[in-house]
Write a protein that binds this ligand. Structure first.
Ligand SMILES: Cc1cc2nc3c(=O)[nH]c(=O)nc-3n(C[C@H](O)[C@H](O)[C@H](O)COP(=O)(O)OP(=O)(O)OC[C@H]3O[C@@H](n4cnc5c(N)ncnc54)[C@H](O)[C@@H]3O)c2cc1C
Ligand code: HEM
Length: 404
């Protein structure tokens, strides 16, 4: 428990730690990976090289220190981190490792400025945050194991079918090797996929692209240029292969319960960001709820689930599908060409803008949609989004690059 004096120390030193947060995390990760090599396998090494994970950790620590006396201000951040951790099977015994290396990194970067009192206050603050996360994570793990068809930790699945959704996106249907039921997840959630590639254990997250209630789970994966896991799945994975999954996680979910609001639903996706939206769409299209489904792709060759969505729109009057192509191929007939813009979205929304908006895609696309949603005064609490990587700011600067 932090004392009043320690809280005062954290608040006073938070700006200094914040100013050096980048350097601290630059020092922290190599130290932790060299001292505890087994921990390295939990981290996406591409995120490490790109710096996005380091930035996310630095942001979280600064936000935490800044709000040390009013932790409720952290809002959804704790849940987001806890879900990500659970999807990677992070356990309580990992926390002392991070704590030790983080404290050492703070000491190495700030030097003599870190007095024993300051070190003590930060050590206690770390433990407090670790305890909060461990508690929330235990609740998630328990919920996974108690749900019908659920499991705790890792479970093996067999690939039962592989289908092409576009030239670059393939779906993998996964059924449990134990032949038991599959968990009733929430539309929008993602799993952790564990593979061993060239003797190296690697983990990635994939959104579930099917509606719950089936005997299998489906992930739909875009083949990234030189992507380690997506490349492996597209080139080497075969029907019958076994992969390991963690149970579905994440708060980017559509509430399909009978008590949920029935506001019109607007799903706006770019590229492979379509995957969780497919689960949402399939889960609620038959409910009669008005749905606008906007999808932006480069052109028809990159457009996944096109005929499925088209078929649903033909069968359900409550669904309006709008397709935007950036660079149409000859013969393509999208509803719009170029990029998503305010005018296009405004025309699709009801006058009062009282909708639930879910959006996902490349970061500049998301920044753009978020900006448009602001311009159209869609209430912030009715806007939902997620990143296919560590969380980041949706800056206006990036949005400018995506508005034609
Ligand atoms: C919650 C969540 C849900 C997700 N859902 C999906 C989904 O439904 N479908 C999906 O396809 N993906 C999804 N992802 C993304 C997925 O987890 C992987 O990140 C993605 O498949 C790429 O992994 P990879 O191993 O193939 O590529 P990586 O090897 O990680 O590389 C990714 C890209 O970065 C490039 N790269 C590698 N190293 C560097 C470097 N040092 N500097 C610059 N560039 C570099 C690579 O060439 C490649 O193009 C999701 C991610 C999250 C967090
Ligand atoms: C108080 C302690 C911790 C804090 C504040 C913290 C914070 C974070 C944050 C902010 C993210 C990014 C979430 C996102 O936007 O995707 C993250 C991801 C992650 N964390 Fe933690 N974390 C802590 C402890 C740990 C521990 C103990 C481990 C285990 C070794 C761990 C392993 C991971 C991994 C593997 C990821 C995903 C990395 C990736 O995508 O490359 N974290 N954490």
């Amino acid at each position: 428990m932090l004392s009043e004096a320690q809280i005062a120390i954290i608040k006073a030193t938070a700006p200094v730690v914040g100013a050096h947060a980048r350097d601290i995390t630059e020092h922290f990760y190599p130290l932790m990976f060299s001292r505890y090599p087994a921990v390295k396998a939990y981290f996406n090494q591409t995120h490490q090289q790109q710096g996005s994970q380091r930035q996310a950790l630095a942001n979280a620590l600064v936000a935490y220190a800044t709000h040390i006396d009013k932790l409720e201000a952290l809002g959804d951040a704790v849940s987001l981190i806890a879900h990500k951790h659970c999807s990677l099977n992070i356990l309580p015994e990992h926390y002392p490792i991070v704590g030790e290396c983080l404290m050492e990194a703070i000491g190495a970067v700030l030097g003599d400025a870190v007095t024993p009192e300051i070190a003590d206050a930060w050590g206690t603050a770390y433990q407090q945050l670790a305890d909060i996360l461990i508690g929330v994570e235990e609740q998630i793990y328990q919920n996974h194991s108690e749900r019908r068809g659920g499991w705790r930790g890792e479970r093996q699945f067999r690939i039962r079918e592989i289908t092409a959704e576009s030239d670059v996106i393939g779906s993998f249907y996964l059924e449990p090797c134990d032949g038991e039921q599959v968990i009733d997840f929430l539309p929008g959630q993602y799993v952790g996929l564990l593979l061993t590639i060239d003797g190296q254990s690697v983990r990635r997250n994939y959104s579930l692209s099917n509606a719950p209630g089936k005997k299998w789970l489906r992930i739909s994966v875009k083949r990234e240029d030189d992507g380690l896991v997506s490349g492996y799945l597209h080139q080497h994975a075969r029907v019958g292969d076994v992969v390991t999954l963690t149970a579905p996680c994440g708060d980017f979910v559509l509430d399909t319960s009978s008590s949920a609001p029935r506001r019109p639903l607007v799903l706006v996706t770019g590229g492979v960001g379509i995957t969780p939206a497919m689960s949402m769409l399939d889960s609620c299209v038959a409910s009669g709820r008005p749905i606008v489904f906007v999808h932006a792709a480069i052109n028809s060759s990159h457009h996944a689930f096109a005929s499925h969505v088209e078929q649903l729109a033909a069968q359900h009057d409550n669904l309006r599908s709008v397709v935007i192509y950036e660079k149409p191929l000859p013969g393509d007939q999208p509803d719009a060409v170029g990029f998503i813009n305010t005018h296009l979205l405004a025309e699709l929304l009801p006058e009062d803008r009282n909708v639930d908006l879910y959006f996902l895609g490349p970061k500049p696309f998301m920044a753009c949609v978020n900006q448009i949603a602001g311009d159209l005064q869609i209430p912030a609490e009715q806007r939902h989004y997620e990143f296919f990587g560590p969380a980041a700011e949706l800056s206006v600067q990036e949005a400018e690059g995506a508005i034609a």
